[in-house]
Design a protein around this ligand. Sequence first.
Ligand SMILES: [Zn+2]
Length: 397
Amino acid sequence: MIKVDKVKIENLDTATTIYCDYENGGSSDRLWYEVSEDWSEYLSTDCGDAFFVVLVLLAHYQGQDISFTTPVSTRLYYGVTEILLPGLQVIDPELPAINITADTKDFSFKPTEIGTALSLGVDSFHAVASSFDTPYPVTHLTLFNSGAFGDYGGETSRALFHKTIESVNEAAIAMNLPLITIDSNISEVLNVSFVPTHSIRNLSFALLLPALFSHFYYASGYPVSKFKLDPSSIDATHYDLLIAKALCTESFEVMIAGLHDDRIDKVATIASFEPSTHYLNVCILADSNEFLDRSDTQVKNCSRCFKCVKTMVAMDALGVLDNYSEVFDLELYAAKRLEYLGWILYDAKKLKSTHAIETIQEGNKSSRFIPLQAYPYALSRGKRNLVSKLKRKIESK
Ligand SMILES: [Zn+2]
């Protein structure tokens, strides 16, 4: 049984920590969020919504019952118990059903602002840019230390979070939108991988400011045609729409951005959104990326890893790559273009990657996009993949 104490607040020099302690199997732990003092007036210690979502998820993974002291929004309690948990049960039928005890309340918050997270990737720039054509234009940008900088948290991922703030802050100033950054130990508390839990984690941060956000866009990585809820749905992106329906309150609604857009459509949309040409960052930031320059004070694209390459080739296919000379090394691209086109060709033909297929279709609209000289590179990529697959097989024996 997990017993969650009251939500409390502590004012530090320039920031505010909002936290709650909980007892779990005889040990006492704390879940905390740290918000800069500019935004502390929008926090609430009367409402336990953010803590409720995260600690119920913890209880679900540990198969434990849980009780809360601070009340939660009636609509959120309904969404978590009737929509979210039954959904997570479909994904992981082995985990036992849990009991949740919490008082519920309609808090009558009157928020008016519309938020989204800006990670500087294609999906997040698309969420901002496309919102301006809807009745709900983004008014506030956010960056959360939710696990995207390292699944299990810790100081390395916290350092990367702080480094990313620098770049995101510049982009926010260029867009003339306020940026709210929130640190937390959510990753240390949950101690589970990020991919199956990213939407729940990130939305808990948005729920932390109930007096600020009436709407919050979550950028979906896949269009809704890829919706899937079964034990093979390892990436929560497949069922973001279900999570959006679950994590609402009487005064807070989650919107999924890019519900009907393929990746290539998103790249086309952001290409006409000028801030993306200065600040787009799609690079793999993990240690596995050998090309990343870690000495730089800001996060930069390496122009060599697979994420950089597939984005550059998509921009090339759309005829917009020249707009991105500030964020990608276009001289390197020109020198390696045939090799990079070969990679995408291999991914389209052999791996049936949707993104690669869309890119080639887009490029072929005007003329033949992949020249014959790129084919040997596709073959050598195939060979390389085969060799590393065989190596892994031998090593695992
Ligand atoms: Zn890269």
